[in-house]
Design a protein around this ligand. Structure first.
Ligand SMILES: [Zn+2]
Length: 268
């Protein structure tokens, strides 16, 4: 059986999956069992104290002492600017978070926003990846202007030792995202939402999605990470998408688990 690490999970209430965050977490543990997921990275929301999605404190409380579950930080750039960098430095140094996620497009700021820079410097110094949400949000194509990969390329070039991970492939403009990033060595990709029906349809169909993923994995076999965006997306469909690429077994294993371990420095 292949080992799988799901590097993009939220503990949230979605589509009646649960009545509380505790229950949503229990549902996720069942999903891990069902699909033989051996580890996961949980991404807390950067909206605090929302009863529908776990923020960092809630996520820390939920995962408890489990050694196969990891967290990212998600600073509040709009509300607090760079002022939380000390807090995140401590969390990274203590190993309580494994990287930092930014939400340009959910939040009205560009990846190049000055308020983000201290976090990039910190992550580069501590060898922790930064993850960028990209592309449209369902029903909102306007928001994609905040997370155009051209800005992410700028950051990757400004911080050449920083591991810069793109999630959602700037859908639906996946060809553009491939082209503009292909010569930047410290850009990484994570596959969350790429098996979602709306993402596939708007991005040019399943063959187009497969083609872009294959090309990316051939270019960067050690830099593409499996992720799903559960509970908004379906884990099984993402596993099937990766398997449908017909990668050789060494590269498939890398995408499903080894790359996440190496890139996020996961000890498990
Ligand atoms: Zn997500």
């Amino acid at each position: 059986m292949i080992k799988i690490i799901d590097s993009h999970v939220h503990i949230s209430l979605y589509d009646d999956n649960a009545k509380s965050l505790q229950e949503a977490f229990a549902v996720f543990l069942q999903e891990m069992n069902r699909y033989a997921i051996s580890g996961a990275i949980i991404i807390p929301d950067n909206i605090e104290s929302n009863d529908n999605i776990a923020d960092l404190d809630k996520a820390i409380e939920l995962i408890g002492e489990r050694k196969n579950l990891f967290l990212l930080g998600s600073p509040q750039i709009i509300q607090r600017g760079s002022s939380e960098s000390e807090k995140y430095k401590k969390l990274l140094e203590e190993g309580r978070i494994k990287g930092i996620k930014f939400f340009p497009g959910h939040d009205p700021h560009y990846p190049t926003d000055e308020r983000c820079l201290p976090y990039y410097e910190l992550c580069q110094k501590l060898d922790a990846p930064v993850l960028f949400h990209t592309g449209e949000n369902s029903g909102d194509s306007e928001c994609a202007r905040w997370n155009d990969p051209k800005y992410i390329v700028e950051i990757a070039k400004k911080y050449p030792k920083l591991k810069v991970i793109i999630t959602h492939y700037y859908w639906p403009k996946i060809d553009y995202c491939y082209e503009i990033t292909k010569d930047v060595p410290n850009i990484y990709f994570e596959t969350a939402a790429m098996a979602d029906a709306e993402v596939i349809e708007k991005s040019g169909g399943i063959e187009k999605v497969r083609e872009i993923l294959r090309k990316t994995i051939i270019d960067r076999p050690d830099k593409v990470i499996f992720g799903t965006d559960w509970p908004m997306c379906i884990i099984d469909e993402h596993i099937k998408l990766i398997k449908s690429l017909n990668l050789n077994s060494e590269i498939e294993t890398a995408v499903f688990s080894e790359n996440a371990k190496n890139i996020y420095n996961l000890k498990m």
